[in-house]
Design a protein around this ligand. Sequence first.
Ligand code: ADP
Length: 246
Amino acid sequence: MKDLLRGRAAFEGVGAVSKVGAVSKVAKRFVKAIVLFGSPGSGKGTQAKLLTECLGIPHVSTGEMLRDGVRQGRGVTPKTAAKMHAGVLVKDAVVEAMVEERLSRPDAACGFVLDGYPRTLVQVEHLIGWLDQRGIREVVIHLAVDYNIIIARLTGRRECPRCGTPYNVVLRPPKVDELCDLDGEKLVRRDDDREDVIRARLDAYEQQTRPVLEYLLSHGRRVIEVDGSDDSPEAVFQKIGRAMEN
Ligand code: ADP
């Protein structure tokens, strides 16, 4: 808890959020957007959840929004679903519209954590324009993780379909093989965590997403690099807190 509060202090230290009323001119200069950047399996989703719990701002994950759309059978065309299934990126316009709609809701007015967006040069240009127009400052946290760790994380990843608790059959196994510790439900593998699809996702990252980082750096945007290789999400979270304090 102390660490979470330190994380919050770090966030507020870089000038986070006006929680009441209209955002003042001064507050507009402050960080409101946290962008988690990194390869599939780098722990973006896990860190985004910790940050949003700590800061009380929404977690905006394009991957989760798209998967929800597929599950509920709305807002996602069969063509888009097929792309996700194959591990390739969906059309920029599809995610841009989704993100803009989500960020325009009232709960995002005080700040938000972006996870999985932007992932292409078109998306990053779009996002930077959108943020600059509104005077919203962002901080990008780049989770750097060794390739072999990424592969171990993705191939071993499982989750409980009922409560969503994440596991890894190699790195963080449940007490009883393939069953959730909390509710005994049989764990499932994400549809796109099959080996051939993992390869496609990592290729997409190298070719389309890594250039986003270069774009951000060459445009003088604030990027903090954090080593995300630790097994413990809390240890990585503490590093993020410390990096933001600095
Ligand atoms: P991961 O980062 O583990 O690969 P995500 O859950 O972020 O997975 O995304 C799952 C899939 O959703 C991606 O493989 C891609 O098909 C699609 N997707 C998510 N975010 C984007 C994005 N910003 N641009 C294009 N496609 C996306």
